[in-house]
Design a protein around this ligand. Sequence first.
Ligand SMILES: Nc1ncnc2c1ncn2[C@@H]1O[C@H](COP(=O)(O)OP(=O)(O)OP(=O)(O)O)[C@@H](O)[C@H]1O
Length: 584
Amino acid sequence: MNTPDAEQPPAERPALRALLSYARPHRGVLSVVLLLTLLGSAAGLAQPMVIQSVLTKLMTGSSLRDDILLLVGLLVLSVGLMWSQAWLSERTAERVVLQVRRGLISRLIRLRTSELDRTEPGGLTTRVTSDSTLVQHAATGGLIQLVDGSIHLLATIVLMGITSLPLLGITSGVLLVLGVAMGVVMPRIRRVTTEAQRSVGDIGAALDRSLGAARTVKANGGEAKETERATAAAESAYRAGLTGARYHAMIAVLSGLIVQASFLAVIGFGGALVATGTLDLAALIGFLLYLFNLGGPVLSLVGGTTALQQGLGALARIEEVREMEAEDDVDEQHAAPVGPPPRVTVENLTFGYPGRTPTLVGTSFTAPAGEVTAIVGPSGSGKTTVFSLIQRFYDLDGGSILLDGTDIRSFTRAELRRRIAYVEQDSPMLAGTIRENLLYSAPDASENDIADVLRKTLLDGFVAGLPDGLDTAIGSRGLALSGGERQRLAIARALLRRPQVLLLDEVTAHLDGLSETALRKTVEQAAEDCTVLLIAHRLSTVTSADQLILFEGGRVRDHGLHQDLLARNDLYRDLTATQLAAAH
Ligand SMILES: Nc1ncnc2c1ncn2[C@@H]1O[C@H](COP(=O)(O)OP(=O)(O)OP(=O)(O)O)[C@@H](O)[C@H]1O
């Protein structure tokens, strides 16, 4: 089975090890990049040596031809090496970000419903967009800069020591200050990066909330409130960004100042040494050139450490997603099972949402195979929750659900959900065309099958009247549908799938009397091939069902036929007196 996690690093891995795990698949090319970088650095480091030799020859009047040729060669080599390493490094960085995003997308789409219930979608999407970009730079450029900067720095220090030990002593003292400052500032940069990324996630969450309920916001004059909410998150990101910028500026100024201070100290002290004849002038100039070159590795170290700290901050947020539970058994690709409709048995079910009082407290009932079972009951009595549990959106706390005597937990989620079609209360559509929506889980359905379900759900006239027919775009960017059209389309999609079990949650809520009667007949016909469970709020749906289950407070209070319940059950009589629907 192809689980999405197979190639992912384990969740609890410390951030740095996780970062290295992203770099590991690219170790070959990263080694080449490092080699090119080191060669480039060596070519740069060799230049002061050649310049020292040129100066000495100038003083002694010897030929400069070889040295000049060597200098030009070194320059051309440095440029070539720099270009190749920059290209390879950037290309690898793009590959790393793709790898991170692939893993995240696959995981996010398979997250358990319970995880999605407690997380803002906006916060999750920024993990895929901006956080992964920070990891990209840390896992490639950052690591390379760090290794190159360290080796380059070490090599420069050794060469400086060879040139003049006393001058190196002075320089090291000044550089130590920079090291200490970086040690103090870097963890702070990591903290503010995490904070900034969290705030960017909050902006996404705030906008998701406002745009997802745009009509409610407009109707309630909530624009100012919603703007304030998203702006507060943007301002918090700005503040964290400013703090980060302050730290960056501090480090940049400090490294500049320290290189300057080293220059002054070396020129003063070195000048005195030259004046007393302890040091020759060529050595002083060579040392100054090394000092000048020190800027490169120092900047590499600062840049690499900053990228690493930012990457580790972002990685901590990405690892949070990996720690969330995902469904790892939803990816099997098999044709839908064609078989007789099963008996659905719910046995002594107990279930509670996290942090809430239990919703179901010992619910038991049986929906006979190939019949229509209607579930009725007051709002909040747990009807929709039973549908969620039948599809394993949540794990049961106790009891069991059986299909023809087989516990649903013995199926993978993919196997189980393939047997079931579900029409949700608000019948959401996916942005796309009507055809794409209909074929969403029945890609092999023929044009005849589509025409048939459109007829059964009374959508044939509606679709024929659209300029692009089945290819008309709907959803967030396309044609808006009425509540009734959306419900009928959702039922058509469910029927096209030819399920063994059909779960309908309040699907007649938006329909007029005529459409409702026609749909009821369609559902009755569908029951010839599948077991239908429907949550009903309309009396007409209830009276024609083969069996009624009356829910109250997470328990089955009664069951039977409409007439029987009407005769013996007060709650049912109350519900029917208000046409069931009005009881909500
Ligand atoms: N995802 C969730 N997280 C936490 N609590 C939930 C969640 N979904 C439902 N609930 C709670 O569980 C209880 C039962 O909800 P459920 O939707 O099953 O009721 P229902 O009988 O279908 O109601 P209605 O007829 O109004 O749709 C309610 O108190 C509801 O607030």
